[in-house]
Design a protein around this ligand. Structure first.
Ligand code: HEC
Length: 190
């Protein structure tokens, strides 16, 4: 199994991918993650406004995965969110992803821009982009007794008994977007 990781800021990856291919996947990944982020954020804000944190929590449990799944279908790729401190057990980061998350944490620590990365895995191109926390997120991913009320913490615990996604602060790496371009690499994103 061939895996290559490189930063988009370095010029020549140690694989056969040309710079044009690289730029196209990077562009497609940037666009798709923006679309997916906007879709989830829009629903989240709407539910928060309608019914506060409890309504938004139950909505996310029922709809977060269906939203990324339906976008995946629409665009012919596989879009998901993963985390080393995951809330939904289905979003658990694998070894490589946890490694990338640590790299991004390091970037933030050193005040470097955490740039998206492409990873080649056999014939699949994987695009990864860090998901950073904003003030809004801490209502459900912050600290219990501070941004998360006791009541909301109890609901989170009820919905997700194995939740690890709390105790985040502002501008930390909450997880990664992963876009997997399912086609063989000769079929480039359009
Ligand atoms: C209303 C509560 C709420 C808010 C606010 C919220 N989240 Fe979440 N978040 C959740 C829930 C619930 C899940 C689990 C969804 C599922 O079951 O697929 C989740 C899952 C995630 C995941 C997927 C990985 C995992 O842990 O399962 C990421 C990444 C994430 N949230 C990032 C964010 C970011 C970034 C923000 C702010 C822009 C944010 N969340 C705001 C409730 C929230």
């Amino acid at each position: 199994m061939a895996i290559a990781v490189w930063s988009c800021t370095t010029h020549k990856p140690e694989t056969q991918m040309t710079e044009t291919e690289h730029a196209r996947y990077r562009q497609a990944g940037d666009t798709l993650t923006q679309i997916a982020f906007d879709a989830i954020r829009k629903q989240l804000l709407m539910k928060l406004q309608e019914g506060g944190v409890p309504a938004a929590l139950t909505y996310c449990q029922a709809h977060a995965l269906p939203i990324t799944d339906s976008l995946s279908q629409r665009y012919g790729v596989n879009i998901k969110r993963v985390s080393n401190k995951n809330r939904n057990p289905l979003n658990k980061a694998n070894k490589l992803e946890s490694f990338l998350i640590r790299g991004y944490e390091n970037d933030l620590h050193e005040k470097k821009n955490p740039e998206p990365r492409l990873v080649l895995k056999n014939d699949t191109v994987l695009y990864y982009k860090p998901i950073l926390t904003q003030a809004l997120c801490l209502q459900c991913h912050g600290t219990v007794g501070q941004q998360i009320t006791e009541e909301h913490a109890a609901l989170i615990q009820k919905l997700y008994p194995y939740d690890k996604a709390i105790n985040y602060q502002l501008n930390q790496v909450r997880g990664l977007w992963q876009i997997s371009f399912l086609q063989s690499r000769s079929d480039q994103p359009r």
